[in-house]
Write a protein that binds this ligand. Structure first.
Ligand SMILES: C[S@@+](CC[C@H](N)C(=O)[O-])C[C@H]1O[C@@H](n2cnc3c(N)ncnc32)[C@H](O)[C@@H]1O
Length: 232
């Protein structure tokens, strides 16, 4: 199974043998994990019977149906506490992702590793994770088909987490490969939105200007030798 760059990034980050993939759709990630031997027990889970059928077919074609089990249901309702070490939730909106984690906290809090790749509202997800005591231990950025994707690696914690800064919530605290390009792209996009709003309605949107200042502040790091952290 050849994965997209985004799914390959997720697969490479899987650190444990037992994995559930919530919102699996085509089941590509579970099939890859089974084929490559990276995981030994995998549940491909989805709320949609049509999606799950695709995952079943993919697993059967790759002859890994004995390792990849499919489960039909909403979010983590199909998983019991301590059943899987790694939980992947990717390719859905950030608010739905948080809802999935929060509505089954007795399950969410038992994973040893969560790999989360929300397609929207990433700062909202970081805030939710902080407030729910999930520590973000790493972040990766993937640029694919003209879009940036965030991948957050997290662990539930028992001790209270240190409060993140506003910049950490907006952009993450890790300077992984592509970080400054990602912030530059967001800055340019926001400047274009401001330009269009102000040209058409002369409205001043303070949130957008605050966001621009936050981007510019982070980008200044790139040029400061004392705080420069190289892309890794
Ligand atoms: C765009 S696909 C993402 C597929 C794959 N995870 C990826 O990243 O490429 C989103 C999938 O999430 C499923 N989904 C949406 N809401 C869900 C929920 N509450 N519980 C489980 N699956 C859900 C959809 O049925 C769909 O198959």
């Amino acid at each position: 199974m050849k994965l997209s760059k985004r799914l390959q990034t997720l697969a490479d980050l899987v650190a444990f043998d037992t994995v559930c993939d919530i919102g699996t759709d085509h089941g590509f990630l579970p099939v890859y994990l089974a084929e490559s031997g990276k995981a030994k027990k995998i549940a491909a889970c989805d709320i949609s019977p049509a999606s799950l059928k695709k995952a079943e077919v993919a697993a059967a074609r790759a002859r890994v149906s004995s390792v990849v089990e499919t489960r039909l249901g909403a979010g983590l309702s199909v998983v019991v506490p301590f059943e899987f070490e790694t939980c992947v939730i990717a390719g859905i909106g950030g608010r739905l992702l948080c809802e999935i984690l929060s509505s089954d906290m007795p399950v969410s809090a038992t994973f040893r590793q969560l790999l989360l790749s929300p397609h929207t509202d990433v700062p909202f997800v970081r805030k939710f994770l902080f407030e729910s005591n999930f520590k973000i231990t790493n972040e990766k950025l993937v640029f694919e088909d003209g879009k940036w994707y965030n991948v957050l690696v997290c662990q539930p914690q028992t001790e209270k987490l240190g409060k993140p800064t506003e910049a950490d919530l907006l952009f993450g605290a890790f300077r992984s490969a592509g970080f400054f390009d990602f912030v530059s792209a967001n800055l340019q996009k926001t400047l274009a939105v401001i330009d269009s709003i102000e040209k058409n309605s002369a409205a001043y949107v303070p949130e957008l200007h605050n966001y621009v200042r936050a981007c510019e502040s982070v980008l200044r790091e790139r040029n400061r030798n004392d705080t420069f952290r190289p892309d890794t």
